[in-house]
Each structure stands twice: as C-alpha cells, then as structure tokens.
Design a protein around this ligand. Structure first.
Ligand code: SF4
Ligand code: FE
Length: 487
C-alpha cells in the first residue's frame, strides 16, 4: 500500500499498541474517538483524503525517487525546485481546507533534513547512516505514515548547556550503547500532531559541542514504543468539543483542530538500523539549520492558506453586517490580501531559489526561508487584527448555540442579532464563531502562537539572517561606489 484513504489512516491509528496519553487528568484509552483529539485527527486525515481526489492529485501525490511508486507528497524527498514550490502550494491548499494546523509537515521537513545530513556524515566518517535512512524512508513511503519531526527539547535552564543542567533529561540523550542498538531518554516539547503520528523522528535540538556527544543523536522511534508517553497540551476553547449537540458544533468554529504534546521518552530502546546520527557533533548545525529552514518555508504555505480563510471570513462578515461596500472595509481587506500574498511570495521564493544538495535532494534557500518565517511572526497578527476590526465585537459577545435550541430564546436572537436584510441570523452567528476560533480560539493557536514560535521563535530567524547576510560584502559595495580605497 502506498496511499491510505482517510478511513484507513484513522484505522491505522487504532491499530497501534495502546499509547499512554494524559489529557485533562485522564489516561485516554481511545484517542481516535476522543472528542477533543478527534478534531485534530480530522485535520491530518485531510492530507489523505485530498490525495485521493483527482482534482488535487498533482499537488498531493508524486513519484517516489526511491521506489518509483506513487506516494503522498508528505513522504517525499524533494527532487527539484518545482517539488519545493508544489510543497508550498499543497500546504496553502490544506490550510484553506481546514483553517488550522494539519500537523503532517514537520515529518516531511524532518525526512528531508535527515536525508541530506546523513549523507554528509557518511561522507566524512564513512558511516552507513544514509543507506539506513533510505530504507527507513522507503518504509514510511510504502506505509504512508505520519511522522512527527521531533526537535524541540524542554531545555531546562536556558542559561546552561545540556551537560551543565542539573537534570540532564531536559535534553534528549543517549543513556546506554548496546551491541544491537541504543537506550535513549528525555522529552520533546510542543510536538505537533504527536498522538496522530505513527513514528517520531528525533533530532538534536541545537548545535552541540565536542563534549556533548551523548546529546547528539538522531533516531526513529515508533509512536507506540515501550517507554513513550504523551502529555496532551490544552488549547483555548478546547472544552467546546465536549459539547456534542448539533447546535453546540456552531460554537466550535469548525470541525478541525491542531494538536501539541509533550512527548516523554523513558529509557526507550532503539535498534541500530533506526539510528541516523550518534555523536557526530559537527553535523548538528547542518541538521538543525536545514530542518528549521524547511519548516520556515512551510509556514509560507500553511499560514497563507489559513490567512485565505481569515480574509474570506472578513469579507463574509462585512457582507452579513451590510458594510461590504464601505471604502475603508474594502481597503482593509486589500491590506489583508497584500500581507498574505507577501508571505506566499516568500514561501515560493525560497523554494524557487532552492538548490540540489550532495545527497541529491533539494534544499530551500535558507536566507529567504528565514525571511519568510520572520514575516510570519508579524503579518498574521495584523491580518487577525483587521479581521477583528471588520467583524465587530459580536464574535466575542454572541450567546451560546444552545440558545438557538430553545424556540423562545431563538426568536429573540433571530430578531436582535439580525444583520443585513435577507441574511440568515444563524449564518451570521456561524461566521462570528469561525472568526472567534481563528483569532482567539483553537485555530488561533495554529495561526498566531505557532506563527510566533513554531519553527523557531523570531530571534532564531534574526540570528540566521544576520549570519547569512555577508555584511562585509555589502560594505565593499558601498565603499566601491563611494570611491573609498582603504588598501
Ligand atoms: Fe504544518 Fe503549518 Fe502545522 Fe507546521 S504549523 S505542522 S507547517 S500546518
Ligand atoms: Fe508548526
């Protein structure tokens, strides 16, 4: 099998050995049926469902460079700049369809980053990580798996290096080396889609020093491996999902959600064939920068797709309020479009300027990918501000959907919350709830907080931008034009 359907994906999650998941004080036995978790599974399932739709085949599927089989693009090793651009277009499409984080991109980004880094390590150290990794990728492609790209360690005291921490476990590390594998321990924080994944691809979280070899480990761990547990993150408005009535669904905003977890690895055994880096500290920088670069490119797609939904919600709210022709409303919507398309331009530019790596896959232009993500830390906030401006305050003052169930209260609501003539009041409420979800609810976690901190907080991009800028060259340009000769 190389392409699962959405239904098969859901079934494959249930086929895993029981996971240890903690959510709201409970150990969750069946995540697939849990009302809070289910919405996040709906988002990932879309990556399978759209791959089955002939309309989206060109974006959602491709030919594997390793087996020649048709595979989901989320499992692909990029073979050209066209592949990189199609990735951005695919992520925009998915953002448009679910209006939140669909979680599967971190795995695609990790696969490509480990692919190119394992090749470089082998070249220097004569190891066989790359061949091992190719076999692993073939398995992932063949099974159409969701991979959780695991990079962010909890980090403890930020002023100290991994080896200086009082509790070393705040950085993922090697505990013991055995003949047939390794034992690892630690945790990964803010893991997008962790419970909805089949595998974790664990990478070091930062550039390591020579004495930090035990923290320099990259390996694959099954989601249901012995010793792995999950601490499910709360999201704003997540309890709305416990309300199952049809009217209650209006209050949820939409049926899709994101997911973040703290994943703990407690003395997990990893067989040698699943280890792709083990102590080669000089390659941590390459792995971290390429993974972060790929993921910073991703944001130029997914956030743009969600941005399209915000723009659509703004235009619809304006229409329902009867103000769509007002010149200031039109101008604000134009500004939202301009900001959103600027992000898309960045995503496409870093893809178009990508280059082939020695391993054969394609890497985005790292400078432009960092500029892309730096803009993503700002523009969605302005887009969300304009949406709130246009929607009006009703998106936070609207009575509950249950009031629509009672004929007496419904009558009052329909009378006093009516908008433009001919507009159904319930539709007006629905769009307000979507706005709430996008700017302060569950989807805001994906659209705003993730835009700020996902794929690295703003300062991480500024460091890369200043490092890659080659200021000395720019000074030479200026001096040459000013006819300054200092030799
Ligand atoms: Fe994908 Fe965007 Fe979610 Fe990252 S934030 S996993 S790029 S949808
Ligand atoms: Fe993210």
């Amino acid at each position: 099998m190389t392409l699962m359907t959405g239904k098969e994906y859901r079934e494959s999650l249930s086929e895993r050995k029981p996971l240890k998941i903690y959510l709201l004080g409970e150990k969750i036995e069946n995540p697939v049926e849990h009302p809070i978790i289910r919405s996040s599974i709906n988002s990932v399932a879309l990556t399978y469902e759209l791959a089955q739709d002939p309309k989206y085949k060109d974006l959602m599927t491709t030919k594997s460079s390793l087996t020649g089989n048709t595979i989901n693009r989320f499992c692909h090793i990029h073979q050209s700049t066209e592949d990189l651009m199609k990735k951005v277009k695919m992520l925009r499409l998915l953002g448009q369809k679910c209006g939140t984080c669909f979680q599967r991109c971190v795995g695609m980004d990790a696969l490509n980053a480990v692919y190119l880094t394992s090749f470089d390590i082998d070249k220097k150290y004569n190891t066989n990580y790359h061949q091992r990794f190719k076999e692993y990728v073939k398995m992932v492609q063949d099974k159409d798996f969701v991979i959780d790209g695991c990079m962010t360690d909890p980090k403890g005291d930020r002023g100290k290096r991994p080896s200086q921490q009082k509790d070393k476990d705040v950085f993922f590390h090697l505990v013991e080396r055995k003949e047939d594998g390794v034992i690892v321990r630690g945790a990964k924080a803010h893991q997008t889609g962790a419970v909805n994944s089949h595998e974790h691809l664990v990478m070091p979280t930062l550039t390591m020093r020579n004495e930090e070899k035990s923290f320099t480990i990259c390996c694959a761990i099954s989601a249901d491996a012995e010793g792995v547990s999950y601490y499910y993150g709360r999201q704003s408005c997540d309890l709305r999902w416990l309300d199952q009535c049809e009217e209650g669904r209006i209050d949820c905003g939409n049926q899709f959600g994101g997911q973040e977890c703290l994943v703990v690895f407690d003395d997990v055994f990893v067989p040698n064939e699943r280890v792709f880096m083990n102590g080669e500290t000089d390659f941590c920088g390459r792995l971290v920068a390429s993974f972060a670069g790929y993921h910073r490119q991703s944001y130029g797609g997914c956030k743009v797709g969600v941005g399209d939904v915000l723009i659509g919600a703004a235009a619809t709210a304006a229409e329902y309020n009867g103000v769509e022709k007002a010149s200031h409303i039109r101008d604000k919507i134009t500004e939202m479009i301009h900001l959103n398309e600027t992000l898309y331009s960045c995503g496409m530019a870093c893809s178009a300027c990508g280059e082939k790596t020695p391993s054969g896959n394609y890497l985005i232009d790292i400078m432009l990918a960092n500029v892309c993500k730096q803009n993503v830390t700002r523009f969605p906030f302005e887009i969300a501000r304009l949406l709130q401006d246009i929607a009006g305050g009703l998106f936070v003052t609207c009575p509950s959907a249950k009031e629509l169930k009672n004929p007496e209260t419904r009558k009052i609501i329909e009378k006093y919350l009516a908008g433009a003539e001919g507009i159904d009041t319930v539709n007006r409420i629905k769009i307000m709830r979507l706005v709430e979800n996008l700017v302060i609810g569950r989807a805001a976690v994906g659209y705003l907080t993730e835009s700020m901190h996902g794929a690295g907080s703003p300062q991480a991009q500024r460091i890369m931008i200043s490092r890659l800028a080659n200021l000395e060259e720019k000074k030479k340009l200026a001096k040459s034009l000013a006819q300054i000769n200092e030799d």
